[in-house]
Structures are given as C-alpha cells and as structure tokens.
Design a protein around this ligand. Structure first.
Ligand code: ZN
Length: 132
C-alpha cells in the first residue's frame, strides 16, 4: 500500500489550481470530470503522491454537501492497493463498513471504493487500483 493521493474539497477549481500551482511551482497535469461523483477534479504530482482537488458540479454532489457541512479542506486519503476486490473482501470480513461494496470507475484511470469514515476514525479512506 502507498498513499496515492490526498483529496481536497474546494469551492472553485480555477482558484485552487492557481493557489496550488503557486505552492508547488508547477501546473496540474490533468483535469477530469467524474460524472458518477458529480465532481470536477484536477491533479498535481507531488513526489510519489498526488493532490486531487475536487469541485462540485451540482448541489447533489458529495463535495457540495461536504463543503456545506465542513467548509473547504481535506476530504479523503487514497491508498493504492494491488487487488482492490480482495482488499474490500478482506476489510469487509474484518467488519469494516464499506460505502462501495464493489469498486467503481474513478478519476485518473483508477478503480476506486470508499470505506465508511465511521469505521476509520472519522477519516474518509479511498482504496484505488490502477486500471490495467
Ligand atoms: Zn480520490
């Protein structure tokens, strides 16, 4: 497992792209809309890991609800695994609550699934696996 990326909820992708560009002194390498999650995302490479900025595309978006409740900020930690199906089964068998029983398509060419934060000390954890 490695920390693949940190997801940050932002109100404006455009404003935050500029902010993180200044911070890292480099451009984001991709912008991608994820219809199933109602988000626009952008990615910055930072060493071995990435920063994923998430902007809601409509009020039903989980990101819109998150910002309404908590304001902007860290939304989730994503860990890369070799076999996401096996990991979900293993964690489910251990009693972890899963938000997604089955992996779904995420941004950046990944299959993803979230664990419920009630199981993980209030931290929203994403598991991801690069698509073959
Ligand atoms: Zn993510």
């Amino acid at each position: 497992m490695k920390l693949e990326h940190i997801g940050i909820a932002v109100k404006s992708l455009e404003n935050s792209n500029q902010l993180f560009k200044d911070l890292f002194n480099r451009e984001h390498y991709k912008i991608e809309r994820v219809e199933s999650e109602h988000v626009n995302t952008s990615f910055f490479q930072v060493g071995e890991s990435k920063i994923e900025l998430l902007e809601a595309t409509d009020p039903q978006s989980p990101i819109a609800k998150f910002i309404e409740k908590n304001g902007e900020g860290i939304h989730h930690l994503a860990f890369e695994v070799k076999d996401i199906d096996a990991e979900l089964k293993r964690l489910s068998d251990l009693g972890y609550r899963l938000i997604h029983e089955q992996p779904k398509d995420g941004a950046d060419n990944k299959r993803i699934a979230f664990l419920h934060p009630k199981s993980t000390n209030g931290v929203l954890v994403e598991l991801c696996q690069e698509k073959a």
